[in-house]
Structures are given as C-alpha cells and as structure tokens.
Design a protein around this ligand. Structure first.
Ligand SMILES: CC(C)=CCC/C(C)=C/CC/C(C)=C/COP(=O)(O)OP(=O)(O)O
Length: 280
C-alpha cells in the first residue's frame, strides 16, 4: 500500500472539481511511490460548472419511457464494478478494462444530465483497493485518474451553453467506515473542547461532519447502482445509504448502457420508499 497517497487522500470524497481543490490545498510537496500530476495542477473551477450538459428530455419523452419527472432520483450513486473481469474475458489487461470503464462513466454523466439526475457519485477507488496488484494501482494513480479528470474538464469546456449543473462526485480512496470514524473524531473533539454538548449530537450534526458534506445538495444517494452481479456495498457510503434504493445489474461496468440506466430509474420509481413509516 502506498503510504503517501493513502495518508494524503485519506478517505476524501472528491467532488469534481471542488474536491480536487482540496487535493491541491491539502498539503505541500508530493512524494512517495506515486507522483500523480493531478496533485500538482490547479484544477479548481467553480462548483457546478464542471458539467454543462443540457437536460435533453421532455416530459413526454420521460412518460414514453415509463418515467415520472417528479419521481426522478436526485442523487444516483454507482459502484462501477467489473472492469477487470470485462478485460479478462477478452484477454486484455486490467488497464484496458479501466479505460473501457472510464468511457462508460462519462456516458453515465451524460445519461444523468439527460434524464434529470442532479448528483452522480462514483466509487472510483476504495481504501481497500490499495491492496490490488501494484501495477494496477500505479496505473490508476499515475495516469487513469488524471486522464479521468481531464476527460471531465474537457466535457466542461465543450459543454453547451445551458448549465444543467450535474454534480459529479468521485470517491477516491474512500471508505464508509473511515468516513464515520473521522466524523466521530471531529465531533468528539468538539465535545472535548466544549464547542458542543453531548446532547447536541444528532443525525444532522453527523451529516455535517461526513465527507459528503461537500455535496451541497442531496448528499444522500436516492439510488445506488452496482454492476457485475455482486450484491454488496463494499464499504461505500454506509451512513448515507441508510434509506437508498439498491439496484444490482449483472452486466460488467463497461457493458452498462443507457437502457440499463433507464431500467434502473424505472425500477427506482416503482419502489415505495417508507423510511420506516407505516405502509400506506
Ligand atoms: C470507472 C472507474 C472510475 C473505475 C475505477 C476502477 C476501480 C478501481 C473501480 C473499483 C470500484 C469499487 C471501489 C468497487 C468496490 O468493489 P471492490 O472490488 O473494491 O470490493 P469487493 O472486494 O467487496 O468487491
């Protein structure tokens, strides 16, 4: 495991581009095994200008697809799983799988904008992913995430005039348990210093200390999609997913297409979200 980056990026949820500014401002020189150019660049852009893609669907088109505009999830989270298996099945290197996944992630941004989703958060790299083969981790850190970033910056530049404000969140070196632990420490420290009282601790206060507080609107996913047939959340946003609807797809991430995305939206809209309340 690369001690430098794991410490440096420790469980941040980077919301492009705002969280990249946190990277930039998070510490001095870059050292260690990885020397990723993303850490050197000033990628700061005003929040929400990152993706100015137009909302492309009319109410009629939504209804034709069996979707209700008022029931659209505001925040979709994705666990983009299966890049390596996709590559292996084709006799390709894991890197090729991640390249294919990167394209689909870009497509997902477009689908979200098109269908009216406000926030897309992708579990791009977990703290546990450091234990993957060194060559793969090196590839991801030194070129993949940088190129991923550039891809989105390019999208911003090429975007159309109407800013639809899709908020893209890349969870890099993120872990749900770590997020809760770091929030707990911050709260405990405030109690210790007398800034707050024990009685002040509530859900809202914890929300405010989690990494996802950087997602200014809709910090909690309404819908979580995981590809590749695995039925688990692998330490993603544990607190934030408390009342999210889950949608699991058997396809590997590079195979995910717009029909799958729309099917996920349709499935979401058919759910009855009760938040623990009584069945109507
Ligand atoms: C498109 C894109 C941004 C790709 C980045 C490539 C990448 C590293 C994806 C991993 C996604 C992830 C954290 C999956 C969780 O499963 P897990 O494999 O970490 O955990 P598990 O062992 O429980 O399945």
């Amino acid at each position: 495991m690369c001690s430098f980056l794991s410490k440096y990026l420790r469980s941040k949820t980077f919301t492009l581009p705002l969280q990249l500014r946190c990277l930039q401002g998070g510490g001095g020189g870059v050292a260690g095994d990885f020397n990723s150019p993303i850490l050197h660049k000033n990628l700061m852009m005003p929040l929400r200008q990152f993706c100015k893609l137009p909302i492309g669907v009319s109410k009629e088109e939504l209804l034709r697809e069996g979707l209700q505009p008022e029931l659209m999830p505001k925040h979709v989270a994705i666990i983009p799983d299966g890049n390596r298996r996709w590559a292996k099945e084709r006799g390709l290197s894991p890197e090729k799988g991640h390249e294919a996944g990167k394209k689909v992630l870009g497509d997902l941004c477009r689908y979200c904008s098109k269908w009216g989703v406000k926030v897309l958060s992708a579990y791009a790299f977990s703290t546990e992913n450091w234990s993957r083969p060194k060559a793969e981790v090196t590839f991801l850190m030194t070129s993949y995430f940088e190129r991923l970033t550039e891809e989105f910056m390019r999208l911003a530049e090429e975007s159309t005039k109407d800013n639809t404000g899709l908020h893209f969140v890349a969870a890099l070196n993120y872990a749900g348990r770590y997020d809760i632990t770091q929030a707990t420490k911050k709260i405990a420290s405030k109690v210790k210093d007398g800034v707050i009282q024990l009685e002040d601790i509530n859900d809202k206060l914890i929300d405010e200390e989690l990494e996802t507080n950087k997602i200014l609107e809709y910090p909690n996913p309404d819908l979580l999609i995981r590809t590749s047939g695995e039925l688990r959340i692998s330490n993603y946003m544990l607190w934030q997913l408390a009342y999210s609807e889950f949608y699991f797809v058997d396809k590997l991430f590079p195979q995910l297409d717009e029909d799958d995305f729309v099917a996920a939206l349709r499935s979401f809209q058919q759910r009855q979200r009760r938040y623990g309340g009584h069945k109507i």
